[in-house]
Design a protein around this ligand. Structure first.
Ligand SMILES: [Zn+2]
Length: 670
């Protein structure tokens, strides 16, 4: 990455900017920092609530890390996160703060430039389409749609705010409106149109349009209640039609969305990138398609990354420090219109990890307002599970049976909804109550059933401490008096293999490993600072801790089997070819470990400390090998030959361990 030939001009600009910025000063604009060590500062973390500072900034290495919530990164990451903005925006903002003019936008390849162009054009298509749908809603043919929206209690202001429109029954009006401005290839990419052809015939000959297969015979859109129109339509007898198509002009495109109320879906910046269309056909037969139809995935729309209404809601979510999560767009609009502006919708499908992370950027507290008990609630359960895994503070708002948020607000008013919000229940309290209702008996059998019902939910919680607390709460609330059962519950709740590893890996890292990791990291430090060590220039006099550690670790593979093995491997792999050491670790866990080691750099790295650390690792290796050998010798039926070799190795290992100098690779048997 440091070889200048491979750097694009924009990479260069970011690097220059990063070098000019002092992360301590930039972070200092947001966090009150105090000097905490030779090179680090600390303060209260801006990303999680805390009373004692666990947020640290490394002045020479220019990164931050929070030991409370695990956030870490460089100056760009900090700005991005604290301002809730994208990376390019963070670059721009930092340039502004430093008073550096931005270079003109460049693309690294023609393909990238073309993709960017397509995305821009698709955004334009959506602006025009949204305006078209809104216009249609006002026209006479939009009467039914207006009636529907009125029936749902939406006033003109709300309709305008959400840009709601109407897609007419004709398949061609939208196409004709857009064709004047946009290329047909682009319209095909927009997700707004269908056409009848198999994929081979996609190399469309422009020109001659064939309108005979009108918009009525939609056979797509039949994939259930909330479908994505992401498959091309197929005619019933596709075999013969393919043959025919080969000799006929390209199939005409026509609107996917017909006779539907159109809800635009905005990206985080509020730009329309897709639509949901709600059918107005009384019967949901095949011809009318599903009740709700969503845009397919396009270059500008990825369903798994978008939350409905986040563009309108994000400010309120930040201010109120929680969000309200409802299921459908209609619910979302009603709740919003009633004055609860921090509401977003999952659009009837299960949350994705990306969506949970996206939401988490604004607040980690969420009130979930859909009934987790409803039939077909698998998606709901997945959503809640994911939020638990992302460490959200979740409350459940349960409305009376038969009421969704939309209906509730229309019947009972917004004050009643506000009151219900106040009475929402902690998710785990809710789960415990439910388990008690499902297994009501007071005997130990139903208690065990209730516990087993709850366990999978608890095991999703990443924090062991929280799980421990939950186990205790459950045994109290379920009135578990058997010590054995209580112990079993506690064990099941706390043993969650992945987390256990995470919790203990850091503690298992020895002082020697820490020294060597610091030594490895020092290679990149010297490069970042621009002052290369003279060792690398040729003279051999100055001590280079990085080189010494690299040599010892690599030639003897001393890191194998250590708690820090994967981190050491990442550092060794990178060698001296990087300027950002915090970018090297491959897992969160390793990043955290590296941050914690670097933040506690106190004593200087000398030849003696590095040498001492290498010796310590050799000793660890020898002991482990000795244990293995002794274990092997215990095994019954060991052939005499092997036994002799092992005995010999045992002797030499023991001798090596006695050697105070532990000479290089002393005990390593061949
Ligand atoms: Zn934090």
């Amino acid at each position: 990455m440091t070889s200048t030939s491979t750097l694009t001009s924009s990479d260069n600009f970011k690097e220059t900017l990063k070098q000019q910025a002092d992360i301590v000063r930039i972070v200092g604009d947001y966090v009150k920092l105090k000097k905490a060590g030779a090179q680090n500062f600390s303060g209260l973390c801006p990303f999680h609530a805390e009373k004692t500072p666990s947020f640290s900034v490394h002045a020479t290495r220019q990164f931050y890390h929070c030991f409370g919530c695990g956030e870490s990164g460089d100056v760009f990451a900090f700005i991005q996160k604290v301002e809730n903005i994208t990376f390019p925006e963070a670059v721009r903002l930092l340039a502004q703060k430093l008073g550096v003019p931005m270079p003109k936008v460049g693309f690294s390849s023609p393909a990238e430039a073309r993709d960017a162009q397509v995305r821009m054009a698709l955004l334009d298509v959506h602006v025009r389409a949204a305006a078209f749908f809104q216009e249609c809603l006002r026209r006479p043919e939009g009467a039914n749609a207006r009636q529907y929206l009125k029936g749902r209690g939406l006033d003109d202001e709300t309709i305008a705010r959400f840009g709601i429109g109407y897609a007419p029954d004709s398949g061609f009006l939208l196409r004709d409106a857009l064709r004047r401005e946009f290329d047909e290839e682009l319209l095909r990419e927009s997700g707004l149109f269908s056409w009848k052809e198999s994929s081979q015939e996609k190399q469309v000959l422009r020109g001659a349009q064939n309108d005979k297969n009108g918009g009525g015979s939609a056979q797509d859109d039949k994939a259930g209640e909330n479908a994505n129109a992401n498959h091309e339509e197929r005619t019933a007898n596709s075999g013969s039609s393919q043959l025919a198509a080969r000799f006929s002009p390209p199939a005409a495109i026509y609107s996917k969305f017909r006779n539907r109320v159109m809800f635009p879906i905005g990206n985080e910046q509020g730009k329309v990138i897709a639509f949901t269309g709600r059918t107005l056909s009384a019967s949901t037969d095949e011809k009318a398609g599903p009740k709700y139809l969503n845009s397919p995935e396009t270059p500008i729309y990825s369903k798994s990354r978008v939350l409905f209404n986040l563009d309108h809601a994000k400010e309120a979510i930040r201010k109120l420090e929680y969000s309200i999560l409802v299921e459908g767009q209609m619910d979302c609009i009603s709740v919003y219109a009633a004055g609860f502006h921090n509401v977003i919708a999952s659009s009837g499908t299960a949350f994705t990890e990306l969506q949970a992370k996206l939401l988490g950027r604004f607040s980690k507290k969420v009130v979930v307002n859909f009934d987790p008990d409803t039939a077909g609630a698998r998606a709901t359960e997945r959503t809640l599970g994911l939020l638990v895994e992302e460490e959200f503070n979740i409350q459940v708002l349960t409305l009376e049976t038969g009421f969704d948020p939309d209906l509730f607000i229309r019947r009972k008013g917004k004050d009643a909804y506000a009151a219900a919000l106040k009475h929402s229940q902690q998710y785990f309290d809710y789960l415990i109550d439910r388990a008690r209702a499902m297994f009501p008996g007071r005997n130990s059998e139903s208690k065990v059933k209730a516990v087993n019902h709850l366990l999978p939910h608890i095991q999703r919680v990443p924090s062991r401490i929280v799980r421990d607390g939950l186990a205790l709460e459950i045994s109290q609330k379920l009135g578990i008096d058997s010590a054995v059962l209580r112990q079993e519950l506690k064990h099941a709740a706390t043993s969650r293999s992945a987390t256990q590893v995470r919790a203990t890996a850091e503690a298992q890292v020895t002082g020697a490993e820490r020294v060597l990791i610091r030594a490895l990291a020092s290679a990149t430090q010297m490069q970042a600072g621009g002052e290369r060590s003279s060792t690398r220039e040729g003279t051999d006099e100055e001590f280079d801790p990085a080189r010494q550690a690299q040599y010892a670790l690599q030639s003897e593979q001393l890191y194998e089997g250590l708690a820090s093995q994967s981190l050491m491997e990442s550092l060794l792999e990178a060698g001296t070819e990087t300027s950002d050491v915090m970018a090297l670790p491959k897992t969160e866990q390793d990043r955290r470990l590296l941050a914690s080691i670097l933040m506690h750099e106190e004593e200087e790295l000398t030849p003696e400390t590095v040498e001492g650390a290498v010796r310590a690792l050799r000793r660890i290796y020898l002991r482990r090998r000795l244990e293995e050998v002794q274990g092997a010798l215990q095994r019954p039926g060991l052939p005499l030959e092997n036994r002799q070799a092992l005995l010999q190795e045992k002797v030499s290992l023991k001798r090596a361990l006695m050697d105070p100098g532990l000479g290089e690779a002393a005990g390593r048997a061949s």
